[in-house]
Each structure stands twice: as C-alpha cells, then as structure tokens.
Write a protein that binds this ligand. Structure first.
Ligand code: ADP
Ligand code: MG
Length: 690
C-alpha cells in the first residue's frame, strides 16, 4: 500500500515524506527509526522544574488563559506550584481547549523568560491518553517543511502506529532461525514494534540490539563474502623464498626492527607464500617505519624473481623514497630507479629498457608510472603509499601491467590512522596490518596552543631554536589549493615571517602547490640540506617529508585544519632525537568543535586515539582521507563510531558462517543470500580496485 492512504498522511504529506526523507512505501516508513526517545513515563511536579532541564512532562490544571499581543499565555498549576505555558500559533484552538479547570498532560522543553520558567508550545494530551504518556516516545528525523505541513512529533507517532498496523504483518523474518537463537536476538516483528513503541526500557534495548546487529552483520557478511571469494581463487604469485638480497639488507640495517615491523613483515611474507593474491592495508602512524617494511617486502619479491613498484602521491615524496630506498639497497646490489613526470626522455628510455629486461628490480615513482607505457618483465609486488590520494581507476590500471591473468601482490600504506571499526568496514575485504609501535629513542613532541596575542613570544621561541641549530616549519592552511584567498594568506604569512626573521642571518624558504615541481624540489632540498632555517609551506608538506633536524612545527590558523591533518603535520617533526614542538596558533574566537580538536591535539599524540575521537566528533562519513571512499552503505540504525563492539561481534560471526558456507548455498542460509541480493549491501569485487 502506498503511504498516502495511511491514516494521517494524505497526498500532500506523502509527497513531502518522499521528497524530504525518501520514504515511498510503508516498508520504508517502518524502517525509519527514531533518532532518540523521550521518557514520558515520569511526571514532574512543577516546583521541581529547573531551567536547563531537558524535556519535562507535567500534569496540571488550567488556572486561566490570557491573550497578550501576539501570544497566548496560559497559567497552569499542580499540587506543587504554578507555571506559564506560551503559545504563538493556533491561539484560537488552544484557548478553546485549555479552559479553566480542565486538566491535561503537558510536555515540552522548559525555558527562562524574564527570569521566570515557562514552556513554549508544549504538547497537550488528555490525562487518559495512554498511547503517548506513560512510556518512551520515539522522536523521528524531520525537516522544516514536514513540520510546516503539520507532521509534528505527535503526528509522526500516529502515522507510525498506522504504518505498523498495516505493514508489519507483511514483513517477514530476515535472519535465519539459527542466527536468532545463536545470537539471542528478538524476532523482527518484536524488534520493529518496540523500536517505534517500546513496551519497556528492556524491550527497547533488545529491539535496538537486534536491528543494529542485523545491519552490521549483513554488511560484514557482504564484505567478507567478497574476501572469501578472492581467497579461494588462485591468481596470486607464489613467492616461497626469502632470498639473499633480503638477508643482506636485513643484516646491514643500522637499527633493530621494531616488534611491529617484524610482525607485519611476517604477515606479508605469509601472504606472498600463500598462492593467493595479497591485498593488505598497512596502517602506521607517521614515523612508524613503513618504508622499511615496503623495502624488505620488495626484496622478498626480488628473491623470487619478481620486480616491485613503489608509488608515492607526489614527486617530492617519490624522490625522498628513492633516496632512502637506494641507501637501504646499497648492500644488496639490487638496482632501483626513479620515474616521475619530470624524468628526462633519455633517462626514461633507459628505465623502460631496464624494466623490460628485468635489470631494474625496484621502481619508485608517481602516477607517471601508471600512465607511462611502462612494460615490466615480471611485476610481482606493488606498494601504494598514502593510498587515499590515489584514485580507484588509477589503481585498476596497474593490473594491466601483467598480461598472464596473475595479479601482483598489493600493499597499500597509509599514515592516516583509521579507527579499527571503520577500517573493518571501509576496507572490509582487505587484510589490515598495523604498525602500532614507534622506533625507540624518540622524545614525545610537546604540543602547545597559542592565541594570536602570543605571537611575539612564539617568534622569540623560534629564534632560540634556530640559535640552537634547529629548523622550523610554518604551515598555512590551504584548503583549496587554487583559491586566491588562501594564497593571499600564505603570501602575507611569508612576508610576516621574513620581516620578523630578516636575512641575514635568517634564511626562509617557501613551498606551495602552485610552484613547478622543479621549484618545489629546489626549495625542499634547500631546507633538507639545512640551507634554510624556516620553511613556510602549505599542507603539501603534510605527507611523508622527512627532515630530522626540524624540531618545531608552527601551524597557523590551526582551527581551520581537521584533526587528522593536524596530526599529520605534527608528524613532520619529532623525527630526530631533539625535543620537538608543535605550536597551534589560533584566533581568539573558536567554535566549540575547533576548541575540542585543539585540546585533543595537546592531550595526545596517538594517531589512533585521535582518529577515534575525530570519528565521534564528526561521524565516520566526514573523516579525512575517507570521504572519497565513503561508507559502502548508509546505515539506518547502527553507528560505526559507537557500536564497535557489536560490529566486531557481527564480523566474527559472519566470518564463521562463511568459513562453513562461503557461497551461502546452504538452505539454512537462504535468507542471508536474499538479504545480500536486496541491493542494499555492497557487492563490488574489491579485489580489483584495491
Ligand atoms: P613512515 O613512512 O611510517 O612515516 P619512515 O619509514 O619514513 O616512517 O621512517 C621514519 C624514520 O624512522 C626513518 O628515518 C627511518 O629510517 C627510521 N626507522 C624506521 N624503522 C626504524 C627502526 N626499527 N628503528 C629505528 N629507526 C627506524
Ligand atoms: Mg612514509
């Protein structure tokens, strides 16, 4: 049945429900869940109402009502005291209903006006109206247009009751019996009835658990099913040796690998041996030593006769990787090459030849690597650093670099810590490794918040640091690299710095996104080599750049950066053994959210903790680094940020089911297969896009 025929709906409201909330059918309506509940089981004596209370419910008798300019004032009383109710709309109707002596239940949010507590536009119920009073009432998402069309909270509750009466008998159980029993979940009818009209607090808990579990379980089931399919195919290259090159590099390392690095390399090695294509996400905070993991893994591929390709998101980073990797490779004799947009034609020809004849074992580069007509002799391993800057289709083009149907192993590395629950969902079918241990010997970075008024003190501190031989980053927000406004900020900032730190003796370099890559490289190099004391930059330095002697990071207009980005920027310092500092400069006026971000930054330098908080602050959809990939579905009731425990449980359970029945062909799982094919859950084959 269409919703317009439901009692209380009609054509106009039906059209609005469709356009405002996307509700077309009774079933849609039943799956519109309350976002919160109001406890209407408690009646508060008027004398006990405090001004900042949330919603309150009173049972009171009308003393008098009085029309004042533009409003109706109604005085009501109960045994404990009197108060005023105020109405601006529907004055005629209200005054005809609220006659002196009549008793009602009023429900609303207390406010203070001229020092006196009142309630504006309370809901009015008859004392005997037990459909609404005396229990928890659901509050639904709504919009201004819906409210103007008379779809108030109360009306919505009535519409929902009608929808359930008509629609519920049509809805069939969605989960197999054994799942309900095994997970102690209430049946679907019970859950839907109680999510809208809870019989009791306990019934509501059970209903929510069932619906959240179902949503997360089916989502994980769909993601994991793709993974199980991939794991059963045998299009991976088997690399069962470790090889001399690996051993030589390993033995000559100037330091001991961290426990986390060792563990991750073992995980990668076991993937490479398995005969199945590896698709692994490596998460590690800035400075956790991901490059070393990439190099040692590439050497395993080399030891088995395969070439590797390591891709960075920018030219500067590719160059830096190349320099570092060459150092690590020196004792191995493995030939490494760098291919970027600015590689000269003659050099490029040599590299192409080397890749084709196999003499180049490891190639480092940027997008140019994919776009270039590069042909490998035997590509076996691909590393994608800072994955979120690479488009999905660009990654797909990598596969064409092998023609025999086998897929190279893939390691995606990211320094954007993603909360575990989000990773399970965003990368549900990838294996995830985490470098959760920092190399030893680092002094934690001191983070401070300074308002604009402290600028001269900050400059004084910077001069002391420079005098002690340190270098300094000063970063300006450039949210949209092309916007003129932002460039003005950067240029003014640069001039301000040059004025405060004149040459000689101070040397200041500048790097931003509109410079040519040569110019950028030149300025970066000057800083890396210590020919500049201060680097004024935009967030282009955000990822990867390694300057161990830089010990101070000043972030201008820090309130304009997101948490993840602030954390990334901070990670540029603290790479040497000196005490490092991160100074967050902000305006005096800060929004509540910006303030919270700055506080969090000062309180912790653990990227995963920050990511968890960020997700709670902003919801998973807005997390930096994840907008492009987005959540695979729009969750109706569960929250990735708040239902982590249910999510893990659902994922484990889904994986246990798939282990026994990977294609879900067992009749007992028929309902699950139907649910996955409903179109709501993702069915993409992630193995070809990662
Ligand atoms: P990431 O890419 O994860 O931000 P890098 O791979 O650039 O980190 O490593 C950061 C720095 O730490 C580099 O200078 C590197 O040489 C050093 N490093 C890596 N692993 C270790 C280790 N196990 N012990 C000491 N230093 C290490
Ligand atoms: Mg790195």
């Amino acid at each position: 049945m269409e919703i317009q025929y439901l009692k209380g709906v009609g054509t106009r409201r039906a059209a609005l429900l469709q356009s405002e909330l996307g509700i077309g059918t009774i079933e849609d309506l039943i799956h519109l869940f309350p976002t919160r509940y109001i406890d209407r089981s408690r009646v508060v004596p008027i004398a006990e109402i405090v001004p900042d209370a949330a919603y309150v419910q009173i049972q009171a008798r009308v003393v008098r009502s009085e029309e004042k300019p533009k409003r109706l004032s109604v005085i009501v009383e109960d045994a404990s005291g009197r108060m005023e109710l105020v109405f601006f709309k529907g004055i005629k109707y209200v005054s005809s209903k609220l006659v002196p002596g009549a008793e009602f239940i009023f429900f609303g949010k207390p406010a203070v006006f001229n020092g006196v507590i009142n309630i504006v536009h309370p809901e009015i119920d008859a004392v005997s109206d037990d459909a609404r009073s005396g229990r928890m009432t659901g509050v639904y998402p709504s919009t201004e247009k819906l409210k103007n069309a008379g779809v108030t909270g109360k009306v919505m509750n009535k519409i929902m009751a009608a929808a359930l009466a008509v629609g519920l008998p049509e809805i069939r159980e969605t989960l197999p019996d054994y799942v309900l029993k095994g997970k102690k979940l209430v049946p679907i009818h019970y859950a839907l009835r109680n999510i809208h009209f809870p019989e009791s607090a306990d019934a509501l808990v059970k209903a929510r658990r069932r619906l959240k579990f179902e949503e997360l379980f089916l989502l994980q089931l769909s993601l994991l099913k793709a993974k199980f399919v991939r794991m059963r195919s045998s299009n991976g290259l088997t690399m069962d040796k470790v090889g001399d090159a690996f051993n030589r590099c390993f033995k000559s390392l100037p330091y001991e690998l961290t426990g986390a690095q060792k563990r991750v390399i073992k995980e990668i090695r076991s993937d490479m041996q398995s005969g199945r294509q590896m698709n692994r996400l490596l998460q590690g905070d800035v400075g956790s030593g991901k490059t070393m993991v990439a190099v040692l893994s590439s050497l395993i591929a080399y030891g088995n006769g395969y070439q590797s390709c390591i891709m960075a998101p920018t030219e500067v980073l590719a160059q830096q990787h190349y320099r570092n990797i060459c150092k690590y490779l020196a004792p191995t004799g493995v030939k490494c090459a760098l291919l970027t947009g600015s590689t000269k034609a003659s050099e490029r020809r040599d590299i192409h030849e080397g890749l084709l004849d196999g003499s180049v074992g490891i190639i480092v580069g940027t997008h140019a690597l994919i776009e270039d007509p590069v042909v490998f002799r035997n590509l076996g391993f691909v590393v994608i650093d800072e994955q979120h800057r690479f488009g999905v289709d660009q990654r797909a083009r990598l596969w064409s670099k092998r023609q025999d149907g086998f897929l190279p192993h893939v390691l995606v590395m990211t320094a954007t810590p993603i909360p575990r629950t989000l990773a399970m969902t965003l990368y549900g079918d990838l294996d995830v490794s985490v470098l959760d241990e920092m190399p030893p010997g680092r002094t934690p970075i001191k983070t401070m918040h300074c308002y604009e008024g402290k600028r001269s003190a900050v400059y004084k501190f910077m001069k002391e640091q420079i005098a002690a031989g340190r270098q300094i980053f000063v970063v300006y927000p450039l949210i949209f690299e092309s916007e003129k406004m932002d460039y003005k900020n950067l240029e003014m900032g640069y001039e301000q710095i040059v004025a405060a730190f004149p040459f000689p003796p101070y040397r200041t370099a500048i790097v931003h996104g509109q410079q040519s890559s040569q110019e950028k490289g030149f300025n970066m190099d000057a800083f890396v080599a210590g020919r500049a004391d201060i680097m004024v930059a935009t967030s282009v330095i955000e990822v990867g750049v390694d300057v161990p002697n830089a010990s101070v990071m000043v972030i201008e207009s820090a309130e304009r950066f997101g948490l993840a980005q602030l954390h990334q920027l901070r990670g540029r310092v603290g790479r040497g053994c000196e005490q490092s500092y991160c100074i967050l400069m902000t305006d005096f006026k800060l929004s509540k959210e910006s303030k919270r971000r700055i506080e969090l930054m000062c309180a912790t330098d653990n990227g995963f903790e920050l990511a968890e908080e960020d997700m709670k602050l902003r919801g998973p959809g807005d997390l930096e680094g994840t907008q492009q990939s987005g959540l695979p579905i729009d969750l109706k009731i569960a929250s990735i940020a708040h239902d982590g425990t249910i999510l893990s449980e659902a994922r484990d359970y889904a994986s246990r089911i798939l282990e026994r029945d990977p294609q879900l062909t067992n009749p007992a799982n028929a309902l699950l297969l139907t649910a996955l094919r409903s179109g709501r859950y993702p069915s993409r084959d992630y193995s070809v896009i990662s």
